[in-house]
Design a binder for this molecule. Structure first.
Ligand SMILES: *Cc1c(COP(=O)(O)O)cnc(C)c1O
Length: 357
């Protein structure tokens, strides 16, 4: 069986050696040595100023919204994982959808200004599949209209644009370290900012809003444990080789699928990409379903990611049309991509698709 993804696990002895350290210290959570070390190593690896390790990528988004004190309307993308819009609703804000670009599937920055109202407080956009949003244009719009910007960087670990970490754009970037993501801590995530003041607020909010016996604000429990941090510390040295393997596999798919009636997102220029996903766009939804079923019959499991387009979620109050996102969501399929996949398996999957079209 080949799944769309498979969790990378480091050599078990390396994790066990971290477990021994945890047992020696007796300290299992609440900003312990492993969490502190992971935050420091991540800041260095990603080339960012402040990293707060939290329990998952969704709590990271919630804390970001709280830290920026967002109210009213938040402009967001319909093409993301449900957690992006889910968080906006959970924090009692209203999502206003802007359609996506046809090339990167990220929010179309040219369409943002027309939906700004007096009630707009922020833009929350996703770097889809690790492709950066148009951060310059979005930054300019935010400045002009005095809006905050949060980037959901769940897919964008290690991505750079003009040699600069993608997480250094916007007021806050969030990332997920879930077991299905490129770099993981089993469950986990981070809130990243360049602002020292925001970082303090985020740190306070993730630990119930108090420091020792000083109760400073409301907060939530967004902390993560020593066991999760240890998994991150063990995985981090392997990230470069994980990305390298993903690149090789993606290039193998590229070769086999060239000439097949499929479309692909276009990688923006000047980026260092992480090969987080391998999405293909079929001619129409029927073809997608047919190929998906053929692959499943061969025990190859793909994922309609993202589907549905978030503007069509059944529990939203009103329907806001997003033509491109709805179209792409109906035709996109992510193929298996993970470092343990072999080039032969990628060949076989590619050929199966090619011969079934
Ligand atoms: C995975 C993901 C999240 C949620 O992260 P969790 O760590 O699973 O809570 C949010 N946004 C996007 C785009 C994701 O892919």
């Amino acid at each position: 069986m080949i799944n769309v993804t498979k969790t990378y696990l480091p050599p078990i002895e390396e994790y066990i050696s971290c477990l021994h350290k945890i047992w020696e210290s007796g300290w299992v959570t609440n900003h312990g040595a492993m969490v502190q070390k992971l935050e420091t190593e991540l800041a260095e690896f990603l080339d960012v100023r402040h990293v707060q390790f939290v329990s998952n990528g969704t709590i990271a988004l919630q804390i970001a919204i709280k830290a920026l004190e967002l109210k009213g309307e938040i402009i967001t993308t319909p093409f993301s994982y449900v957690a992006t819009v889910g968080t906006i609703l959970w924090e009692n804000c209203e999502p206003v959808f802007t359609d996506i670009e046809k090339k990167t599937f990220c929010i179309d920055a040219d369409k943002i200004e027309s939906v700004i109202t007096k009630r707009t407080s922020a833009i929350l956009a996703t770097h889809v599949y690790g492709y950066p949003c148009d951060v310059d244009k979005i930054g300019g719009i935010a400045k002009k209209h005095n809006l905050k910007v949060i980037y959901d960087g769940a897919h964008a670990f290690g991505v750079k644009i003009n040699n600069q970490s993608i997480f250094n754009f916007g007021d806050i970037s969030t990332v997920s370290f879930h077991a299905t993501k490129l770099f993981h801590t089993i469950e986990g995530g981070a809130v990243i900012t360049q602002s020292g003041d925001l970082n303090k607020k985020i740190s306070l909010f993730k630990s119930f809003g108090h420091i020792g016996e000083e109760y400073l604000s409301t907060g939530i429990n967004g902390k993560n444990s020593e066991f999760h941090a240890a998994m991150g510390l063990c995985n981090l040295p392997y990230v470069a080789s994980i990305i390298k393997k993903r690149k090789e596999l993606s290039e193998r798919y590229d070769t086999i699928l060239s000439g097949v009636n499929l479309k692909f997102p276009e990688k923006p220029k000047n980026i260092l990409y992480n090969f987080a996903y391998y999405p293909v766009i079929f001619e129409d939804e029927n073809t997608l379903m047919r190929i998906k079923d053929i692959l499943a019959e061969n025990k190859i499991f793909t994922r309609r990611y993202f589907f549905p387009s978030l503007n069509k979620l059944p529990y939203l109050k009103n329907y806001q049309r997003c033509e491109t996102a709805e179209d792409i969501a109906s035709r996109v399929l992510c193929l298996p991509l993970y470092p343990q996949l072999t080039l032969e398996e990628a060949d076989m999957i590619g050929r199966l698709i090619k011969h079934s079209m």
